[in-house]
Ligand binder design. Sequence first.
Ligand code: BYC
Ligand code: FE
Ligand code: FE
Length: 480
Amino acid sequence: MNIQAVDYDGLIPNNVGLGTDPRVKHALEKWHPGYIDWWNDMGPDGFQESLVYLRTAISVDPKGWAKFDYVRMPEYRWGVLLAPQHTDRKIGFGRHKGEPVWQEIPGEYRAMLRRLVVIQGDTEPASVEQQRYLGKTAPSLYDMRNLFQVNVEEGRHLWAMVYLLQKYFGADGREEAEALLQRRSGDADTPRMLGAFNEQTPDWLSFFMFTFFTDRDGKMQLEALAQSGFDPLSRTCRFMLTEEAHHMFVGETGVTRVIQATCEAMQKAGIKDPYEIDKIRKLGVIDLPTVQKKANLHFSLTLDLFGNEISTNAANAFHAGLKGRYREDRLKDDHQLENDTYPVLRLVDGQIKAEDAPALSALNMRLRDDYVVDCNAGVGRWNKVIESFGIPFQIKLPHVAFHRHIGEFSKVLTDVNGNLLSDSDWSRTRGDYLPSDGDKDFIESLMQPRSEPGQFASWISPPKVGIDNKSGDFEYVKIA
Ligand code: BYC
Ligand code: FE
Ligand code: FE
């Protein structure tokens, strides 16, 4: 059998030899009904019986790993898929650099690793919960299908982490796996672990911003964990990243299509000034300043997910060889960073200044910086669309100090340029930077579903190509 092929014979598709690992097979089979209950309770509301044109992984070969077919979501084959093992892989950083990677967890790192796996695992179902009601207002069947594809894959990412918990963490792992099904996004008593995963995703512009900004945090964190000296974690993250690429695509092209529809409508109506908001809204499209405000919101919420700028947790995880930097294996330095420094933006005497900090303590900051670069590449492509219409407007990422709840800047209020604001100035101008109630009401008014094949809501343009090269009027979801 092709070692990259996935075994679909049992209850849980896998390429990790579950068939010959009765203990873990049994643990996962016991966890399965609770997962299905969670999916039925918290997964896409109202569409569990519908047939959705989904991709399912049939292999982990980068050249061709998915097949497309109509599936009812609760019947999706969630499985455990690890990217192929690299022979003779060595730990690439930290104090164990150069030693062979671990196939079992060294005892002294159990607690640290468990925390990382649990936090990663917690975000996956959280995002499904946040997106639960969006199917009802999908702007097209194409978009609805993409939402559901993202949802089932986030469900699979939960499986990926639960497999590690069940296989390598004994009784503790079983408990954590249960707890992952108990917490709920936004719940007052048992919330999800990280801030941004308890926020709402109330409308489709938020969904596209979330998949652009927040799934991209997923990409960065998974790239850092893919470097891990704990080989099963590395392999699982490498495969998750191949799925993640589609989530980035949904976010980036989603916002692009929103911008495209706005610019086309403005052009047709002869409106050149992007700030003629009332006139533009009457065209049934979202004005660019409101798109900017949504970007400000989701960018700032996502920056919080990188933790504190200065973090001993991050230093310890790197030192131990558990979590590397973004694409550590492509960096050219000693990969130990004991004597290095890294510039960190800090609040010094009421001013924002770059200060050198020990590089090991500054790893969250460094990953966040890499993240901002990655975001800016996508934002640049959005701006190309606006530019092609000759409209004088550019989407800009706000200053990293803007609207923060974690870290150095959680103590201050700033505008989008990082100028410090008093409480009263902040309250007065907040609605200029973040979606106001009026903006939210307007966007909500546009969220009218379109469920005929080939139809699209006024505020979003059709995609350039269909999923799996399907034609424009393909019925991506057969609504039951
Ligand atoms: N909210 O030392 P620090 C994804 C806590 S997204 C609440 O700076 P560290 C996805 C922190 O826990 C990627 N609490 O923390 C996207 C700590 O508390 P304790 C998810 C927060 O560890 C879309 C204390 O503050 N994966 O996959 O350096 C859809 C001190 O903080 C927050 C990961 O995050 C917060 N935002 O950095 C679906 C990777 N931030 O322990 C999926 C795994 C910090 O002292 N996680 N705190 O009580 C990590 O690598 C790190 O834990 C973090 C935090 C980067 C999250
Ligand atoms: Fe994920
Ligand atoms: Fe994702």
